[in-house]
Design a protein around this ligand. Structure first.
Ligand SMILES: Cc1ncc(COP(=O)(O)O)c(C=O)c1O
Length: 379
């Protein structure tokens, strides 16, 4: 038998090529990162001492107890013993798919999506059904279709809300229906919540997967809403003790434990979460205030479903110019990077647009000038 190979992660290969070479990333999914000095200025007395006295040895495999306590406090019902710290959400995804799935198992994953959410499941040997989100439905999950996709072997359902790349979120009744459906199927419901706390309307915030049910699991990270992608700290939160234990055992083969400075920086940020999240929301809202009139002005050329959460959306280029070619010409001529839908394996003419960065106004201006120069006004 030949060993299964993991496919290239198209989006990450794309960023490896462009991220540090272009003037403006108009497709980033994180929020503008904090400077070290600004973040350290937020430290309370205890965390300032932790930082100052830090020894750079190995750290606790489950995560720093104070970090796990701060993470647990983001949830309604989760205790610090129900949190496992990872090096980024990416490690959590990799480990969870590997411990939950194997040959003969089936997983359903919302799609288009962050590729690892389905590719690692396939790599682990599972059969994967991509539950397609459709623009004409506002990119929402179709519960009845999802029910039809279940099999006796379904072990895992993965959703991502707020969603990358569309910014969609199920409403509460849809979310509850998905939780019940996973319970009936005896499957784990894994909710990738890396964009949680960036809902346009805080009333739209869904219960966390970990709080919603014993078979629910939440993945979180410092990279997106908390604007600290460089610390590479993520986590799993769940009441499922067996899953936590299996994930901790698997992590011995990936990173063993998280970075010591990053754990303390994350404690500082989580203790100052009101300031940290307030800054992220204000960057995103300021940028959306420019994007709304942009999509009105450019209605003949671009259309989007306005994202209900997170810092990304998935607009469509209208009028017949292929988005791959347009994006290539744009980056060449103006140094502005869009992420064409093909990177997600999506065949229609969409692209990911990110609005979490502070240079978005300049990026949008250069993008619009290029569109005005090169695209016909009307379809
Ligand atoms: C939905 C989703 N999950 C997980 C991740 C991985 O986060 P990190 O790179 O911080 O580990 C990303 C990053 O873009 C993402 O968009």
């Amino acid at each position: 038998m030949t060993a299964m190979r993991i496919e290239d992660f198209e989006l990450e290969r794309f960023f490896a090529r462009y991220e540090f070479a272009v003037r403006h990333l108009l497709c980033a999914s994180d929020v503008e990162g904090w400077s070290m000095a600004d973040l350290l200025a937020l430290a309370d007395t205890e965390s300032a001492e932790l930082w100052h006295d830090l020894r750079l040895g190995y750290t606790e495999p489950l995560g720093h107890p104070l970090l796990r306590r701060e993470i647990a406090s983001l949830y309604e019902t989760v205790t610090e013993d129900e949190v496992l710290v990872f090096s980024g959400a990416e490690e959590a995804i990799f480990v969870l798919a590997n411990v939950l799935l194997g040959p003969g198992d089936h997983a359903i994953v919302g799609w288009p999506s962050y590729q690892s959410l389905h590719e690692v499941a396939r790599f682990a040997g599972a059969e994967v059904t991509l539950h397609e989100l459709r623009g004409e439905d506002g990119w929402t999950i179709d519960v009845e279709r999802l029910r039809g996709e279940l099999r006796p072997s379904t072990k895992l359902i993965v959703i991502n809300a707020p969603h990358n790349p569309t910014g969609s979120m199920p409403d509460l009744s849809t979310f509850r229906a998905i939780v019940d459906l996973a319970a009936d199927a005896g499957a784990t419901l894994l909710v990738d919540e890396v964009y949680r706390f960036l809902e346009r309307d805080p009333l739209d915030r869904l219960p966390a997967g970990a709080d919603a049910a014993p078979h629910g699991a939440s993945i979180g990270v410092m990279s997106k809403s908390f604007a600290l992608a460089g610390v590479r700290i993520g986590w799993l939160a769940t009441h499922d003790a067996r899953l936590l234990d299996a994930a901790a055992r698997f992590k011995d083969y990936t990173t063993i434990c998280a970075s010591a400075p990053s754990e303390i920086l994350s404690i500082i940020a989580l203790r100052a979460r009101d300031v940290v999240l307030g800054r992220s929301r204000s960057i995103v809202e300021g940028n959306l205030a420019l994007l709304d009139p942009f999509f009105e002005r450019q209605a003949g050329r671009f259309r989007w479903v306005r994202p209900r959460g997170g810092p990304v959306g998935f607009p469509e280029l209208l009028g017949g110019v292929p988005i791959d070619r347009f994006a290539e010409d744009l980056v060449e001529a103006a140094g502005v990077l869009l992420a064409p839908g093909s990177i997600f394996g999506h065949r229609a003419n969409h692209f990911r647009l990110g609005f979490g960065r502070t240079d978005m106004p300049q990026a949008l201006e250069a993008f619009e000038a290029f569109a005005d120069r090169t695209l016909p006004r009307d379809r």
